[in-house]
Design a binder for this molecule. Sequence first.
Ligand code: ZN
Ligand code: ZN
Ligand code: FE
Length: 762
Amino acid sequence: MALACGREIRVSGIVQGVGFRPWVSRLAHEHGIVGRVLNDASGVTIEAFGSTRALDRFVGSLRKEPPSAAEIAALDWKPIEAPAPQGFEIAPSLGAEKRRLAIPPDIATCDQCLAEVFDPSNRRYRYAFTNCTNCGPRFTIVRDVPYDRPATSMAGFPMCPACRQEYTTVTDRRFHAQPNACPACGPSLRLVGAAGAETDCDDPVRAAAQVIAQGLIVAAKGLGGFHLVCDATSEAAVLRLRERKRREAKPLAVMVAGLPQAERIAILDEGTRRVLASPQHPIVLAPRRDGGELAQNVAPGNPLVGVMLAYAPLHHVLLAECARPLVMTSGNVSDEPIAYRNDEACARLGGIADAFLLHDRDIVTRCDDSVVRVVAGAPTVLRRSRGYVPRPVLLQRRFDKPVLACGAQLKNTFCLAVNDQAFLGPHIGDLDNLEAFASFEESIVLMERLLAVEPQVVAHDLHPDYLSTRYAKGRDGVVRIGVQHHHAHVASVMAEHDLKAPVLGVALDGAGYGTDGASWGGELLLAQYTGFERIATLRPLALAGGDVAIRQVWRIGVAAVMDAYDGAPPRDVLARFNDVPVQALEMVMTMVAKRFNSPLAHGAGRYFDAMAALALGITHARYEGEAAMLLEYAHDGNVTSRFSYRIDDVAKPWQIDLRPAFREAVEAVVGGCGPGELSSKFHNTLAHATAQVVRAAAERTGCRTVVLSGGCFQNDRLASALLARLSPNLDVHLPRNVPPGDGGIALGQAVVAAALSDAFGG
Ligand code: ZN
Ligand code: ZN
Ligand code: FE
């Protein structure tokens, strides 16, 4: 057989499960190239044969315009000689190694599909399940591997001849699009009333839009679960939703058709526009536009609005029909997991929704909308779920033994790490109800199966009562490793940015179990992958009544003020707590004074609570982190001054003492100082004090690399102020692709456990 000269082209980066091979195949046909393309362990390999000119053009096109969800990290080629092949084929991926890489995330509807959906002459006009090789559902419909139609919830929809033709034609943009469908053969919609009766209508979307136009609520089945949908411009509709969902104040996400509509309700810059329109289409927190059309109670007292662009054809058709922004919030009651099955949604959301927009394509795995915010100048993923999962975090080190990290209790995600990839699971939420715990277990089983991984090492938090810890303790036949909460926060950022140990890790959050059994959360650690030294911490505050103080933040305000004045605060400031019944106030003061049922906590979040109580007069947090959030939003960018503080560097660990700050804050409050100034001075103080201990530690240890992590770094004001004080003298890293809060902790647990169990190879 004659040998032909060709090229072996290797492409690495995010090139699998994003329509890359079909795209390569189409390009090959355009350029008259023969050969084949296949997925391998490091990405995609192409064997291409043709004239030198054709090959040059082919390689040029490969570099130029990859599919929107792909990201080419490197593209190299070398000449090869081989028997001349016939045509161009997509070679099958075989073996666990290859399968592991082939589970794609869900991708927002592409422009070409969208154009078809709104083209009256197209056979997919207004079709809610339109997709192609470049877009559509993926992870949320996968039951098993390999990722092929029979292993998805599209298995029950045999393709009609027209769809099959597209699916099998190499040059078609639906070539190998597993969920390919049309009105003739694919899933369909129906509208069901609250009582469960099917609504007789020609067009369920139009009928749903009419329900919404009346100020009522529709539960709509989306990609990763149900949304509760209402008119975002109507105070009455939003109030109705809040009352029924028992969600008093927490901001609600809003969906709009596209960027022009987003600009009308939010102030966007180049960065936020790019994130909004990225293939992931997350919720982006952006400044709300004054005088925009949104109802005030969508995000009460909040200068930001969570906005996302429609990401499925169903959304586009519904938004076109409604012609206004829509509230699209998770279909659940309070903090339960999002509903994702038809029967379950109708049962659980029956008291909330007036109608259900259902379809018959099953959601296999629930996957909430992801959330992104610009923090200290760059987009930061605050909740990493739909669109990102199961895209791996690429690591520079290899895990020789697979590791499962079980995450924390709140905002739980887990992580499965194998080879040089860490797969973070979908956002599970707070593990404090059965429903959430079941979802946690199911997701782990599914991910282990999809990735063909059997963990040999299981990492968990040190907190004995976290359900994730208990789950880990129940796994037999594995090496179990407990990882300290803040060590995991810091290690997560070390892993994301591939940092060499040691680093100085600032971990500021609400609470995490310390190695001494106390509640930590204002920590400076000198961290290795294998361990850490606690260099500094915040002076702890008393939580009168324990966890109840985290909801009733006035209790923490009282404790901070009492601490600042050695137990005898000026009477004037106690007037700040006038909304609290006198007996309760006196009881809490006694509890704090006698340290009765008042555990001490080092969490930075508690200082935010205390200052919010003092500066804003907030007595209760209506959702987790509300007080801290409102304190951040109250800040006045023009105030650059700060309060006093003290560093006790004789204590071990060093202690950051904010009592002087609280005394000055109390005097300011009594003197009539406004919340803007108090908030700014508090942020400046915390940043200043933290920067001082970090610099002192850098001096002492010679370590110049700094990591900022923990839920407090969702706070742009704090992160920006601290970053400005540390760089450029120190090399500072923030979490970007992995959440700073407890949703990112599993990655840190995985790398620490790997380091401790010798699971890391060379
Ligand atoms: Zn498409
Ligand atoms: Zn069809
Ligand atoms: Fe935390």
